[in-house]
Design a protein. Structure first.
Ligand SMILES: [Zn+2]
Lengths: 376, 198
């Protein structure tokens, strides 16, 4: 897949900007706070209709403006498509592909774009919500069904939590809970199953890259951490979910919220069997996060049968020379289109990547072409 | 710009209609001003008359002028088959298919704790009484294919099944998360034929 061009209106610090991209390498140079990450966010948003930085669309709108608008042309195996995405509150998000309006749920899985950023380390180091968002976003992007079920699950959860609050002091009415319990278990059980299979495929890919990246040649594995007993037979998740739900009801009534289910689940990144979050060295944590993202690129390559577009947000300064070389090699081997930002001089990076390239300069929400190099 | 008060009132009135924005409201208001007085007066009378004379059938909850309604009193309709819907307008949607010859039960909503709607707020106790009175062999549930509609269907199934009555849910080839009223006739006919036991 390739992104031929993008136009941004009122997106973060861009008032209005149109850019034509190079089909291979696009470099963005400039000081911090000029809009390099914002541009990558716009590219990602155009591809996925979600931000990798925030779940709040209104935060993206340029200060003092009421809407943002993105437009661009993607080229895929199946052909070219013109995408237009506008947001204003109200009426909310509008997505058009070749002039035809479509819903977010029908759009989110269309374009394989993967972002690498220093924030990836949060996947290893921070609390469960970061990893849950990762599973939900990637799950939704790989399967349209996941996104739909996730939305329904959250609706059921809200309804059930309200019921728990309302019923706090009243006698517990089993008949009232039953329909919501049933829906929670059916939707939640399937979400857990889909996450398990996502982690399983991702693990295979990530494990391969971790071996290359880590100096000690350790093994990376991913383990789903469920609030419901998952066991060895995924077909039995619903039953154990349902049993646990019955047992926790009285505690839940006291607390007024649902205390088990995929909305509280997590996963661990294990290095040689030990949780990298607690026991990993800084180097192992970085390698685990990077391997996870590299694995993601391959996962999307396999599942979409397209060459993913890779966004690299100032990641090279994070790594030592050896890792830098490995990441460059990964980008070269990928043969796809890449967008690379850097706040430090990029000459070395530019030389490190053989192939046609376009180099841009970013300054105060304006992007100018610095130079274009064809294949040497 | 600000319109003279009578016109402004009219536009504001139209604005409250479902699916009508300020622009359409304006167009409708100007259209009315353009019509002969008699026609407008007739229209106004029709609105008030409908409001005064239409009521809900005490048995099934449909809109009707006479209570009980035409469906409930029609001897040609099968009284043993009962179709449960969320809204009065859903009855018209199902009638349009010409596929259903039984009687109806309108709930006037769906279970939704977030909106403070429990069984007591719906015509669910009434449904229980109707089925308890006997003579009903199958209950077809045609609540909307979304989270609330599904929960309501599950609640009804649990309530009805112990009474030895067959409970089916219409098979939704309908857009998931949508409303019954947006389904086309063909899809809806198929949904009725393909209903499955709960
Ligand atoms: Zn009636």
């Amino acid at each position: 897949m390739r992104l031929e061009s993008i136009s941004l209106t009122n997106f973060r610090n861009y008032d209005g900007q149109e850019i034509l991209f190079h089909p291979r390498f696009n470099f963005f140079e400039g000081l911090n706070g000029q809009g390099k990450t914002n541009l990558l966010e716009a590219i990602y948003y155009l591809a996925v209709a979600h931000s990798f930085r925030t779940g709040q669309d209104h935060e993206i709108v340029n200060w003092n403006e009421e809407y943002f608008f993105l437009k661009g042309v993607f080229t895929q195996e199946k052909g070219r498509s013109l995408v237009e995405i506008g947001y204003q509150q109200p009426p909310g998000l509008k997505i058009k592909v070749d002039g035809k309006a479509i819903r977010r749920s029908e759009y989110i899985h269309r374009h394989p774009v993967i972002i690498f950023s220093p924030d990836d380390l949060r996947l290893v180091k921070e609390g469960p919500s970061v990893r849950r968002r990762f599973m939900n976003l990637e799950g939704s992007r790989l399967k349209p069904r996941y996104y739909r079920q996730l939305k329904e699950y959250h609706r059921v959860l809200q309804q059930r939590n309200r019921l728990l609050k309302d019923m706090k002091n009243a006698a517990v009415n089993q008949a009232l809970f039953e329909p919501w319990d049933h829906a929670l278990v059916a939707l939640g059980g399937d979400l857990i199953r889909q996450r398990l299979s996502l982690l399983q495929t991702l693990e295979k890919q990530a494990c391969f890259f971790y071996r290359q990246l880590s100096a000690s040649a350790g093994t990376l594995s991913l383990r789903y951490l469920a609030t419901v007993e998952v066991g060895n037979d995924p077909a039995l998740i619903e039953r154990s979910f349902s049993d646990r739900l019955k047992k926790t009801r009285s505690v839940e009534s006291k607390r007024g919220c649902t205390m088990i289910g995929p909305h509280l689940d997590d996963f661990a990144l294990l290095v040689d069997g030990y949780d990298a979050k607690k026991f990993g060295s800084q180097g192992q944590q970085r390698a685990a996060a990077l391997a996870l993202k590299m694995g993601e690129v391959n996962l999307f390559r396999v599942s979409t049968k397209e060459t993913p577009v890779v966004l690299l947000d100032d990641v090279f300064s994070e790594f030592d020379l050896e890792r830098r070389k490995q990441l460059l090699q990964f980008i070269l081997d990928g043969e796809g289109q890449s967008f690379i930002t850097s706040s430090t001089p990029i000459e070395q990076l530019v030389r490190g990547l053989n192939g046609g390239k376009k180099i841009f300069f970013v300054h105060k929400g304006k992007i100018t072409v610095d130079r274009i190099e064809s294949v040497n | 710009m600000v319109y003279p008060e009578p016109l402004e009132k009219l536009i504001t009135g139209f604005c409250r209609f479902p699916g009508i924005g300020p622009k359409t409201a304006q167009r409708l208001a100007f259209y009315l001003l353009d019509r002969p007085r008699e026609e407008v007066a007739g229209f106004a009378r029709a609105m008030v008359e409908a409001k005064d004379k239409m009521r809900f059938c005490s048995q099934c909850g449909c809109f009707t002028e006479k209570d009980p309604c035409g469906f409930c009193t029609d001897p040609r309709r099968e009284r043993a088959v009962l179709c449960v819907v969320q809204e009065p307008r859903d009855v018209l949607v199902l009638e349009r298919t010409g596929q259903f010859r039984g009687v109806y039960h309108v709930l006037h909503g769906a279970l939704s704790p977030l909106d403070g709607i429990g069984p007591e707020e719906l015509r669910l106790p009434l449904l229980a009484r109707r089925i308890g009175a006997g003579g009903i062999g199958e209950v077809i549930i045609a609540t909307n294919p979304n989270v609330e509609g599904d929960a309501t269907a599950a609640y009804i199934a649990r309530m009805v099944k112990p009474l030895g009555v067959k409970v089916t849910r219409i098979a939704f080839g309908l857009p998931v998360g949508g409303d019954l009223e947006y389904a086309d006739d063909l899809t809806l006919s198929r949904s009725l034929e393909g209903r499955r036991e709960m």
